[in-house]
Design a protein around this ligand. Structure first.
Ligand SMILES: [Zn+2]
Length: 255
């Protein structure tokens, strides 16, 4: 896989989060973030999501893979939210072939693989020639399940709360961005872990994407590579969003 994992998810929430004005002493995190009902929903119930192999250079095949996978994500998370009577709606999905496309959250940023826009609840996924040359389905799954994690954050009221608090310092904005991103990473791992045995893959494949995350870049907005790998594996092992409360995590785990 030529694209570093971090580049895959970079930039996704920048336009949503970095809208505050510098100010001292921001308020504590909202209970919507620290005590959200999603942390009490247990294991994801969906255990089957057979992958459709993607051939090199096959844009339509890769698109079909994502659409199929999105159905699995919809099934899995709609069941999960129903456990706590949280209203569910499906996100949109648009596949683009190059960066710069217009989204409801501004232009699709260079260097990102996908983004989620809360304004219209839509995932935009870049399938450019670089990724299509050597498609690795599990990476596509990891990225789509991460963006879906942002959709879950939107449905559970978390993204709205993060964005609403004004007067935040730059340090606070980065802190919140990392907690949002690492939580999405954990939710991605939870989904992959829950359907893992239906994928017919060897454990090496998952270790490979964790190692790739571990060896990636550190980003102030997304967290250290070691923490991204840690949250991804934590979700995978638990198969549950119960362990994805980045808002109650120690600073060292969200640095
Ligand atoms: Zn993200």
């Amino acid at each position: 896989m030529r694209t570093p994992l971090l580049a895959l998810i970079a930039g996704a929430l920048a336009s949503v989060l970095f809208t505050g004005v510098a100010h001292a002493a921001p308020p504590a995190y909202s209970p919507v973030l620290t005590k959200n009902a999603i942390y009490k929903t247990g294991k994801l119930e969906l255990k089957e999501c057979a992958e459709q192999p993607v051939n090199g250079g096959d844009l339509d095949g890769a698109r079909v893979y994502l659409v199929f996978l999105l159905d699995c994500l919809n099934d899995s998370w709609s069941q999960q939210l129903a456990k706590k009577n949280i209203p569910f709606s499906k996100p949109g999905l648009e596949v683009i072939a190059k960066p710069g496309a217009r989204t409801a959250c501004g232009r699709f940023p260079e260097g990102a693989q996908a983004l989620y826009c809360p304004k219209n609840k839509k995932i935009t996924f870049l399938l450019d020639q670089g990724i299509l040359a050597e498609p690795f389905e599990l990476f596509l799954m990891e990225v789509l399940a991460h963006e879906y994690g942002h959709h879950v954050q939107q449905l559970t009221g978390m993204l709205k709360i993060v964005d609403r608090v004004k007067g935040k310092s730059k340090a606070r904005l980065y802190d919140e961005s990392r907690r949002v991103e690492l939580q999405a990473e954990c939710m991605s791992g939870a989904f992959i872990g829950s359907v893992w045995h239906s994928l017919g893959r060897r454990d090496f494949d998952f270790r490979y994407i964790v190692t790739t995350a571990q060896n990636g870049y550190d980003y102030a907005s997304h967290g250290k590579a070691s923490n991204i790998a840690w949250w991804l594996k934590r979700g995978f092992d638990a198969e549950s969003p119960n362990v994805c409360n980045t808002w109650a995590a120690s600073k060292s785990k969200v640095s």
